[in-house]
Ligand binder design. Structure first.
Ligand code: XBP
Ligand code: MG
Length: 266
């Protein structure tokens, strides 16, 4: 039985990273006179660090900058980047992934409660969701600023359960990354991963991994699950509810990208 679905934002609801956040980070570097530019391939590795501010600090630390300088750069750059991305998010430059509007509308019409749990900054999350869905689709939107620890910490998902008064056995999370999957699992919530070009093979721990919301969605991991007419539907998500996530598989395995780098959006 399914009462609620909790959606991640970046890489899940929207195709926001390669041509969105990455471009905004690079524009911010340029505006403050720094020569650094993150390539699409390099950005995929940088995404291992959740939270744009932490990502900036971690990048400069890896370049040999002193820790205090890294913090100062992150404090200077992230607000610039956020303002740039807020503009992109508010004027339609960040597209929904194919099939998202259909699924969200269908779940809403069938009385499923909808929530958002993202690491992103509220300054752009709200205008983005407003642009695509209007103001009343999601009952609660929790962002990086609403928690003390970012994904893969489960805090944001635990907060959704608590504030929504939800029974985790009747909730399913929808994510795109290993960090997001582990956050959902850490809160005891089964998870559908909808892979994108940055999704890595560690997401095989998910209850189900598909390569898109459909049509023509195909399972990549997790065995048989209803995908009526090649689409992720309420039936797909309800089939995952009540499953108790296994603990993370910490065996060291080579991490690889799950979906061929085709530039094709699913
Ligand atoms: C993905 C993230 C975010 C974005 C950048 O969030 O890790 O940090 O990459 O946004 P999600 P900010 O949990 O939605 O996948 O610069 O606002 O952090
Ligand atoms: Mg994500």
């Amino acid at each position: 039985m399914l009462d609620a679905v909790v959606f991640d934002v970046d890489g899940t609801l929207v195709d926001s990273e390669r041509m969105g956040h990455r471009v905004a980070f690079n524009d911010a570097f340029a505006r403050v006179g720094l020569p650094d530019r993150w390539t699409p391939q390099q950005y995929g590795d940088l995404l291992q660090v959740t939270g744009g501010r932490r990502r900036i600090a971690s990048y400069f630390l890896s370049r040999g900058y002193a820790p205090a300088h890294c913090v100062a750069l992150a404090d200077e750059l992230h607000p610039v980047k956020t303002a740039l991305f807020r503009q992109m998010a508010g004027n339609g430059a960040i597209p929904l992934r194919p099939g998202v509007r259909r699924l969200v509308g269908s779940l809403k019409r069938q009385g499923i409660r909808l929530f958002v749990a993202t690491t992103g900054h509220r300054d752009w999350v709200e205008p983005l969701l407003e642009f695509h869905f209007g103001g009343s689709t999601f009952e609660l939107i929790l962002t990086g600023g609403d928690v003390s620890a970012l994904k893969p910490d489960p805090e944001v998902y635990q907060a959704v359960l608590r504030r929504g008064g939800l029974d985790r056995s009747r909730v399913v999370a929808v994510e795109d990354s290993t960090n997001g999957l582990r956050a959902a699992h850490g809160a005891g919530i089964p998870c559908l991963v909808v892979a994108n070009e940055y999704t890595d093979s560690d997401v095989a721990e998910a209850e189900l991994v598909v390569d898109g919301f459909g049509p023509h969605a195909a399972p990549l991991h997790g065995g048989a699950a209803p995908l009526p007419h090649g689409m992720v539907t309420l039936e797909t998500l309800a089939s995952l509810a009540g499953r108790v996530p296994a603990g993370p598989d910490r065996r060291r395995r080579p991490r690889r990208r799950l979906v061929a780098w085709s530039g094709r959006r699913k």
